[in-house]
Write a protein that binds this ligand. Sequence first.
Ligand code: ADP
Ligand code: MG
Length: 589
Amino acid sequence: MYEHNIMPPGTQARIICEWPDINVSDTVSVIAYDPLQGYLVRTNTELEEHWLPQQILANCSRKPWSFRFRKHGRRSVDATNYQDNIMTDITCPEFSEKIKDVSIYCGSKAIFKCRVKPCGRNLHVSWRKTEPDPCVMRNSGRFIINQNDEGETLLVINNARNSDSGTYLCTISNEIGSAECSASLVVVEASSPLPEPKIQVLSCSSVLLEWESDSYKQFLVEFCKLGTGEWLSPNNNLPLNSQSYTVEHLIPGETYSFRIIALPNKIISLPSLALTLPVADNLRWQQEQFKRRYIELEEIDRGRYAIVRKAQDRGTGNEVALKQVSRRKQSHKVTQAEYTLLAGIQHYNIIHAMALFDNAPVPGIDTIVLELVKGPLLFTYISQNDAYIEADVCEYSKQLMSALSWLHGRDLAHLDVKPENVMVDLGHSSPILKLVDFGDCVNTCKNVILPPACLEFASPELVLGQQVGKHTDYWAVGVFLYVLLSGVSPFLDDSLEETTANILKCDFCFPDDYFCNISSEAKSLIKKLLIVTPSQRISMNECIDSPWLKSVPRANIIPSSRLRTFQQRRHRLNPTTPTTPTGINYFST
Ligand code: ADP
Ligand code: MG
């Protein structure tokens, strides 16, 4: 006779825990019982016999209701009280929360969590990895399996590795039955993140998203309306094989963020900066105002982000420059900051801004209306004849230093001093240097770290990603002077690595071939600007007071050919930039 609770032969039993070669929740027929070996069972599908431990089997011949007992005076089922329920009801497990797909970087922690509705005590939980290499998960080393009395279970994978990627299955069972749920884990190398998408406003209800990725081929797009916290797909999660997508039917005036998900690993990009769509009326109003006010004329030049066009103000009849910046390349916030700064600056050698039009002339383009510089870049101007003299360089350097000194005095640093951003206005009795492009200009009171806009003029702190400031402009002025006096570049080398190394070592000299005619005062000043330690570089005011700029003007002749070659090389680096802006003949008068 079998003792109480031991299942007699012929009993139908259910597997309630993982066991090699047997599936959880399979039913088996009991053949025999042995106190040491457990049950000898036959699987109902394969008709094979196995010895299985007693604790992994549950009798499923018994009717479920035979287990029920009721406490007098209490409701048998109280959905809000789990403890009550597990005391009173034993039902087939059913998930109230299933495990969800997880995507993490190598080395971080993956957590799968699920919970079943109250279904009685003695729940058995098992975790298995089903793909790509099936195995049973055990509580050891990096893997922690946890379970509480409230039907919640966790699988935690610490210090995740690529090889942990796969599908995980959680099975929760009791005497009555079992429930399963599965989800995938994707562990990716931290080195292949997905950049956030760039956004271009196409209309008050649509935006163009563009992103770049060599590592992934298929993508999903999602957007989130500010305040909802909910990421939605604009196209029913249809995978995209391209790297751009137009999101339509957005609400004008609402603020959105967008993100990209790379398939198949579901790598999620950072969310884009929040973008407020224009309200239809405002958008049209700005465009109409713009068209009513300006007659667009020829393109003058292109920079890193902008196209600058000449235009005529219908109201005043004056010519202006329109700096048109695509929101894809420079955020509206940066353009707005550039405008605010230039509108507030009153310095003879700094370009002045008169107006800003958002999303005009077309959606996605912002236009800063600038004072027109009627002349070319300084380098182009100074090298127009066969030669120039050191005194010319002194004169323009003084003006550049004066502009920067004015900025520095107001805790601003330009941070992009280079030949393409220094122009000469020939519309006056004598040429006036004009500093343009304040897209990188920052307040030096803040701790600012920027990538170098142009390596050739970049200081060691810019290259190293350290805090930048006024001293960053001092270095750039040192390089600017060096080039202006010699036509060659102090640090430029055959490769980016070599150039970077030269900058970091401050490895430059004054070769006789280029500097034999140049005054020692000029070289001495350059040496005081090109110093690795930022605090040791001399300020713009000190430069203006230096012997080189105070002494009698020097007539040393500098041939223009080298500076012209320098300009042509820079133009090749940035082929959109004409060496002499198109359509304008500055030197004819
Ligand atoms: P980016 O920020 O894209 O580099 P910039 O402000 O430097 O744009 O302008 C691009 C080019 O347009 C400059 O290199 C210069 O040749 C020309 N430019 C800029 N501002 C003016 C202006 N106010 N008047 C005439 N030309 C200008
Ligand atoms: Mg520029």
